[in-house]
Ligand binder design. Structure first.
Ligand code: AMP
Length: 213
């Protein structure tokens, strides 16, 4: 099964992708996670990408297309995958279509998760992640605790640099100008399944599962 999860920053693509990846036993491919790992490892990609990520802008298409081509050709993607964060521009869609043709992939679910932008800004500014296990929490979930409830790491909560409000606003603008046209493109050429992302996580998973049944 091949799934593309589409939606604006903070809409829950990563959370849903992790759930679906476990359920269907197919890899979760998050271009954002790949870039953050590269930044952490100080690879040449990471060094190039860091300032772009911190500004909330997009890494150039040729770099992202190369990254996705290398990843989707790996044997672990043969049975399917969940794409989270790619494609984000029209040139990325075009390259992905060519790659799917090359890899003989002809049925893909495009799930567009939607929610109100101001609600997402609130969600993102209150988002914290555990440095050790990567689980995402809201401030109300962790309250004053200093211990991660998933992996028990101490003092491991942090706020992503790009989850500061001014960067979030820039990411939203970039979504509207560069990424939203991806959806217009898919609407013209393929079937888009809309999912209401304002509900609690479990409900959104239910909507997704019944949509792809
Ligand atoms: P995400 O975790 O998906 O919100 O991605 C975090 C950041 O990584 C984005 O704000 C971009 O700077 C960069 N990024 C992730 N995916 C892409 C992509 N497909 N094209 C360009 N930049 C990307």
């Amino acid at each position: 099964m091949q799934i593309i999860l589409f939606g604006s920053p903070g809409v829950g693509k990563g959370t849903q992708a992790k759930i679906l990846s476990t359920k269907f036993n197919i890899p979760h491919i998050s271009t954002g996670d790949m870039l953050r790992q590269a930044v952490k490892d100080k690879t040449s990609l990471g060094v190039q990408a860091q300032a772009i990520l911190n500004r909330g802008e997009l890494v150039p298409d040729n770099i992202m297309i190369g990254l996705i081509k290398d990843t989707l050709q790996k044997p672990e993607c043969k049975q399917g995958f969940i794409l989270d964060g790619f494609p984000r521009t029209v040139p990325q869609v075009v390259a992905l279509k060519d790659l799917f043709t090359e890899l003989n992939i002809n049925s893909v679910f495009l799930l567009a998760i939607t929610a109100d932008e101001e609600e997402l800004v609130k969600r993102l500014t209150s988002r914290r992640a555990c440095k050790q296990c990567g689980t995402i929490f809201t401030l109300s979930e962790i309250k004053n605790s200093k211990v991660c409830p998933v992996c028990n790491a101490e003092n491991s909560f942090y706020q992503r640099d790009d989850d500061k409000e001014e960067v979030i606003r820039r990411r939203m603008e970039v979504f509207r100008s560069s990424t939203k046209p991806v959806l217009d493109y898919y609407e013209k050429n393929d079937k888009v399944i809309y999912i209401n992302g304002s509900s609690p996580v479990e409900k959104v998973t239910e909507y997704i599962l019944s949509a792809i049944k």
